[in-house]
Design a protein around this ligand. Structure first.
Ligand code: ZN
Length: 239
């Protein structure tokens, strides 16, 4: 991958990330509510999905996260993926997962859940892009392996999730399945990396949460899953 493509991809990820902070705030609502329609501070109505300011014009209440952080996360993830993979529908699928991943990570960090509508969009978009990649390149065995990889990670995380004291919930199980689609396409070593690396990413945060909030603390696992996935993709692409 040329440095120009890496820079362009990083730029696209940065712009996308910049625009992610506001929808992340709107999706950071308790279970059962579709999305935020009023400011958490003053209750004034919210209708727009595109907004760069992270403070309410009326009362100054800050939204979920400063857009600089989501922009940095998006730029780093997009640049890394463009560096690791050649230009293809497979790369597009990875970029799509990364963009949705930044959005879902902020929501998970804020309200400890991964909303089903976002998960469904991520799943459908990833499946469509991987199918296009198979059509374009004729890599049908790898495509079939992708679905098996998704199923394998889904079932593995389902087992992890029902173990007592598990750090993850059903949203994480679904996310693992979607991430497994991409990893399976890249190969079984990638699937194994994708299963193990999130626990390594999560370990220091779990220890800190345990010390600060005690045994019953529940910290989000989605961001660790996504970071582990990113590392697994890069490792698999460089074998
Ligand atoms: Zn307000």
């Amino acid at each position: 991958m040329s440095s120009t493509s890496v820079a362009l991809s990083g730029l696209a990820g940065g712009v996308g990330g910049l625009l992610t902070a506001w929808p992340a705030y709107r999706f950071s609502v308790p279970w059962g509510e579709p999305s935020r329609t009023a400011c958490a501070g003053c209750g004034s109505g919210i209708t727009s999905w595109v907004r760069l300011k992270h403070r309410c014009a009326g009362c100054g209440t800050a939204s979920a996260v400063h857009p600089v952080w989501t922009a940095l996360a998006g730029a780093a993830a997009f640049a890394l993926l463009a560096w690791a993979l050649p230009v293809s529908f497979l790369l597009l699928a990875c970029l799509f997962v990364a963009a949705m991943g930044v959005l879902m990570s902020v929501v998970d960090l804020k309200v400890q859940r991964l909303p089903d509508p976002l998960m469904l969009v991520t799943f459908v978009g990833t499946a469509v892009l991987l199918t296009l990649h198979a059509v374009a390149t004729g890599t049908w065995p790898e495509y079939a392996r992708g679905w098996l990889g998704g199923l394998a990670l889904l079932l593995a995380y389902l087992v992890f999730a029902v173990l007592p004291g598990a750090p993850m919930g059903l949203g994480d199980v679904k996310l693992a399945g979607v991430l497994g689609l991409v990893l399976g396409y890249l190969g079984w070593p990638a699937v194994v990396f994708g299963a193990i690396l999130p626990f390594l990413v999560n370990a220091p945060f779990a220890v800190v949460a345990l010390i600060r909030r005690g045994r019953k603390a529940r910290s989000p696992f989605g961001p660790a899953l996504l970071l582990g996935w990113l590392a697994a993709v890069v490792l698999a692409a460089h074998q």
